[in-house]
Unconditional design. Sequence first.
Length: 403
Amino acid sequence: MMMGRLTFGKWLACFWICAGSMLMGDVDWAYPIHNPSPKVPHSMESQDAVVTVEVALNPDGYVVDASVMESTNPLYNPHVLEAIRQWRYRVPDSGRREGSFVLTQTFRFNGGLFSTDGDLSDAGEPARVIHREPLDVPESLSRVNGRVDLEVRVDPAGLVEEVKVMASTHRELDAVAVACVRKWRYAPALEGGRPVASTVQFPVRFGLDRAMRSVPDDERPVLTDRDVVLVRSLAPDVPVGLRDRSAHAEVDIYVDRFGFVEYAETVQTSDPLFAIALVDAVYSWKWVPVEKDGTPLAVKVRQSVRYEGGMLVMGGTAKDRYPSVRKKVNPKVPSHLRGVHGEVALLVTIGPDGKVRDAIAREATHPELADACVQAVTRWRFDPALESNRKVSCQVIIPFEFR
């Protein structure tokens, strides 16, 4: 029987798909090999939902189209579609011969847990958490605001077989989250009233009280972003309505003595939606800790970001002229990724001569798209930034969107 040949990872979310004529018996399996979780807002996690999506794959298993067929809670639909467009499947040989492959994928949301488990029929009941242990967070991470998305395999006795990190805002949180959920107790999934092994995904959230400060505001040195070293940053998700316009925001960021963000607030902005996106992104940033006489300090950093000409410009001082693109080369998308939905954000250093000094992928839904973007942007040419009528180096974040 074909089921018996599947490893645990392959058995995770398999489903029967008709890849040809049922009369000829040409039926095969397709299963996800890259399946990031939907990013559901915290306020929605207590709501249950079942969302069924029709998915079109190219011969290499990448999702090229997805649409909702049925949904018990439409609020979940955009989050499900955004996630599944990043998925990749193992496509059977019959699907490769046909050149395309169409399947249906069901997402179940239940009490903060999410499942696409092929182990269960539509009538099956997914596993659920019946006892949660509190997070054992070390002092160095006690002020971090973040999340870790986990995939947990629960056996028929309700015991954890395996825990896998799917994504996280701070890699420092991964081990804490994994250790914690291994101590939780679960009610196993049920199929026809019988306990069965199953897989669930869910986020573990850290530091949701963003208003708490470790040090009073008047005891923090106030610095600009030129006084500190940023070692990790996530680009804000620029609202669709702003992508052909300009916007700027200035935010105060309260950084603890370990370099993590405790709190952030808008000082001024040309567009409230842009400021909200920037503040949300800032919580995942990290700095080299600031020290005085060898002692780490909690500080307040004033950070300005400008969106101009399709680029995010990071900088603490206003420029006489922001950089602009003079010559653009489009990314050469690999043939197996054509038609795929994806996003890439590059951190690009532009020299005073307008040439690209460095380009690093900070975010990417597909690593191969990031490689294509890096190769293309190194051939771009810019009119460099000006300060005091002098050409200067500048760092920008350039987002790419593939549809």
